[in-house]
Design a protein around this ligand. Structure first.
Ligand SMILES: Nc1ncnc2c1ncn2[C@@H]1O[C@H](COP(=O)(O)OP(=O)(O)O)[C@@H](O)[C@H]1O
Ligand SMILES: O=C(O)C1=C[C@@H](OP(=O)(O)O)[C@@H](O)[C@H](O)C1
Ligand SMILES: [Mg+2]
Length: 162
């Protein structure tokens, strides 16, 4: 059993937040966006609109350093700051949910994620740029399966049975 946190990273739409209920039985779970919403008292879209991305990244780093859970479901942009990547790799294990851009886009295009407003072309170039950052993860997991299969695979990794 690996007692250190597993940080789940991946682009918007890879299904990180959906894993919440599947991890519940195996330990403490925290969704970083929910932590941020509790800290700021507003939803992510409102915070972005009011204060911009730079301020959001500051709160995100603070939330990452504050959170204490077995499974931490991050937001897709957590890898934007090298210090966040170092934090996750030093404190625990970084797990990358890997899914092609087209599938991510289908899942997020009608959502109210603030970055989606930039449109498909810009979001795709963000995906390409971040790809190299997600590769810093300790493990890459195929996110094209069901949430249950993905969660079971990650739980097995954490429990040292994979
Ligand atoms: N494994 C999956 N297979 C199919 N659809 C999924 C899967 N995981 C999540 N989804 C759907 O994709 C969308 C984004 O999921 P979400 O968990 O919010 O992603 P993230 O937190 O990585 O941005 C939601 O509509 C969700 O129902
Ligand atoms: O990729 C990003 O920069 C973001 C991803 C979002 O989380 P999800 O990856 O859970 O959608 C959320 O933190 C915010 O909208 C910014
Ligand atoms: Mg999420």
């Amino acid at each position: 059993m690996n007692d250190k946190p597993f940080y789940i990273v991946g682009f918007m739409g890879t299904g990180k937040s959906t894993l919440f209920s599947f991890f519940k039985e195996s330990g403490e779970v925290a969704d970083l966006d929910s932590v941020i919403e509790a800290m700021t008292g507003m939803d992510i879209a409102t915070y972005f609109d009011r204060y911009g991305e730079k301020a959001f990244r500051d709160v995100e780093t603070e939330a990452l350093q504050r959170v204490d859970a077995d499974y931490v479901l991050t937001g897709g942009g957590v890898v934007e700051r090298p210090e966040n990547i170092s934090w996750m790799r030093e404190r625990g294990t970084m797990i990358h949910l890997n899914l092609p851009f087209e599938d991510c886009w289908e899942r997020i295009k009608d959502s109210n994620r603030p970055l989606v407003k930039k449109g498909q072309v810009e979001v795709q170039s963000l995906y390409k740029r971040r790809d190299a950052l997600y590769r810093e993860a300790d493990e890459s997991v195929d996110a094209s399966r069901t949430p249950q299969d993905i969660a079971e695979h990650i739980i097995r990794l954490k429990e040292g049975k994979a």
